[in-house]
Design a protein around this ligand. Structure first.
Ligand SMILES: Nc1nc2c(ncn2[C@@H]2O[C@H](COP(=O)(O)OP(=O)(O)OP(=O)(O)O)[C@@H](O)[C@H]2O)c(=O)[nH]1
Ligand SMILES: [Mg+2]
Length: 466
């Protein structure tokens, strides 16, 4: 026998029952669609913590023949105390028969002990046709909660409340598509109220969920900084470049850069996938484009300045961080000179010798370093790269944090999120740039890594509150 609570999510077809199940169990694999009658058989979905089931929801098909069902139940004298018995008789008679497929599917879990969550659409007016199904649910004698889902707005919420109050002990408004984590917890608290034996268990589960959420945000910060480190230190062996004769270089260079780029993109995507798995997304499609690192002039207003800092900020920030990172700081310099400054700062050994060959200098993009001794291409040598990687990772993570698992759309990154790094204060940007450079040098065990993790964590926590 299960000792965790089970609730059957029931209602009319196409009112968001499956969406409620997806949002509350944080499962994006529940089948949801605009087509009425998507769910045809009951299916259980569990919310687990530490592999232990906290509660289960049963996704059920909508009522199809409520009138005929109630007529059958009402056929003959049935006193109130006999109603649940009568519902069981209905199941005995029609299970395995073709007459009431949907009603049998949805009533079975209830008669096996599941509580009821009844979902209606609060943007459509109340109508007495719903009374039949609410009456059937009342006959089961199970604990009952009604959820008003404002699918297309909340125009008729009050009207619905009046009606629902007569059939359900608790009535709440819940929008499964836009529910925040806190709203989700609030609803779980309501579940606990529905069955007084379970109140303490639910309160405990909510505390645990909050605790896990925090751990997950910390884990997310760890993943983001780990991946940042991978991207800003990435090097690729390129002895091919070295051995080339002058004439062939033009042909091979784009190829080498494309290969380098591909690796960066792959690494970024791997980091995103780790986060998606952490937040229980199995089939997320994101509209975040690929890293555009093939642009040779990063200081221009390209993709990069969109995700990272803009040109002016970059000069100011580089000036601010100059002493720490070996940049020649001069706000009067344009982008290209700034880049030369970065190279001249002696970041990568062997570079200047290589750049001494004039014919090569023009071919290698300014953001990419090459070490003549080790034959290694990379790492990306642009102060903006860290901002770009961080900005993109944060946008991706934040969009996921505010998302409901019932949302079937692509993960979209809104404009405010795109510009996240640009809207930080200058001193914060400077600090970040210094820490990223330290991360490059000291690795993941260093102080900078620790500080960056704390900073990323704070960004994610603030998103949750916002
Ligand atoms: N805009 C909006 N759409 C919603 C909301 N809830 C559900 N929907 C959409 O309504 C449609 C039906 O949602 P489902 O969750 O599949 O509904 P259902 O009650 O399980 O439907 P059946 O299984 O067919 O009975 C889907 O296209 C959902 O995306 C909501 O709160 N707002
Ligand atoms: Mg469904």
């Amino acid at each position: 026998m299960n000792d965790h609570p089970v609730f059957a999510v029931v209602g009319h077809p196409n009112k968001g029952k499956s969406s409620v199940v997806a949002a509350l169990t944080q499962n994006d694999q529940v089948k949801i669609s605009p087509l009425s009658g998507t769910t045809r058989v009951s299916q259980r979905f569990a919310l687990k913590l530490d592999n232990k089931i906290v509660f289960e929801l049963v996704d059920t098909p909508g009522f199809q023949r409520a009138n005929k069902c109630l007529a059958w139940l009402n056929d003959g004298e049935v006193t109130a105390d006999q109603r649940p018995v009568r519902v069981n008789a209905f199941l005995d008679k029609f299970t395995g028969q073709s007459g009431f497929l949907d009603e049998v599917e949805l009533l079975t879990p209830i008669m096996q002990g599941a509580g009821i969550i009844y979902v209606i659409d609060g943007s459509l007016p109340y109508s007495p046709e719903y009374e039949t199904e609410m009456e059937i649910l009342r006959w089961t004698g199970s604990a009952r909660l009604a959820l008003i889902n404002p699918i297309g707005g909340d125009h008729y919420v009050e009207q619905w409340r009046q009606a629902l109050n007569q059939y359900f002990s608790l009535v709440r408004v819940f929008d499964p598509l836009h529910a925040s984590f806190d709203q989700l917890l609030q609803l779980l608290r309501t579940f606990g109220q529905l069955d007084t034996h379970k109140t303490a268990a639910f309160d405990h589960a909510i505390k645990e969920l909050e605790h896990y959420r925090q751990l997950k945000l910390q884990q997310a910060a760890r993943i983001i900084v780990e991946n940042l480190h991978r991207l800003i230190t990435f090097q690729q062996s390129s002895s091919r470049l070295e051995n080339l004769v002058k004439e062939k270089l033009a042909a091979v260079m784009p190829d080498e850069i494309a290969g380098f780029n591909q690796q960066l993109n792959k690494m970024e995507r791997e980091g995103q996938q780790q986060l998606e798995a952490l937040f229980l997304y199995h089939q997320l499609e994101a509209d975040i484009s690929r890293l555009q690192v093939h642009q040779s002039e990063l200081m221009d207003e390209t993709q990069w300045s969109l995700w990272g800092l803009d040109k002016k900020q970059l000069i100011l920030v580089s000036a601010g961080a100059g002493a720490a990172i070996g940049l020649i700081a001069d706000a009067g310099l344009g982008g290209a000179s700034l880049m030369t400054g970065a190279v001249g700062g002696g970041l990568v050994g062997g570079l200047s010798g290589w750049f001494g060959m004039d014919w090569l200098k023009d071919k290698l993009p300014a953001w990419l370093t090459f070490n003549k001794e080790t034959h290694l291409l990379g790492p990306v040598n642009d102060p903006n790269f860290s901002f770009v990687v961080l900005g993109r990772a944060l946008s991706h993570a934040r969009a996921m944090l505010v998302r409901s698992h019932a949302d079937q759309n692509k993960l979209t990154i809104n404009h405010a999120q795109v510009n996240a790094m640009q809207s930080l204060a200058l001193n914060e940007q400077v600090r970040l740039l210094k820490q990223c450079r330290q991360l490059q040098n000291d690795g993941l065990q260093g102080k900078a890594a620790e500080r960056l993790r704390a900073w990323v964590y704070q960004q994610l926590v603030d998103e949750k509150l916002g």
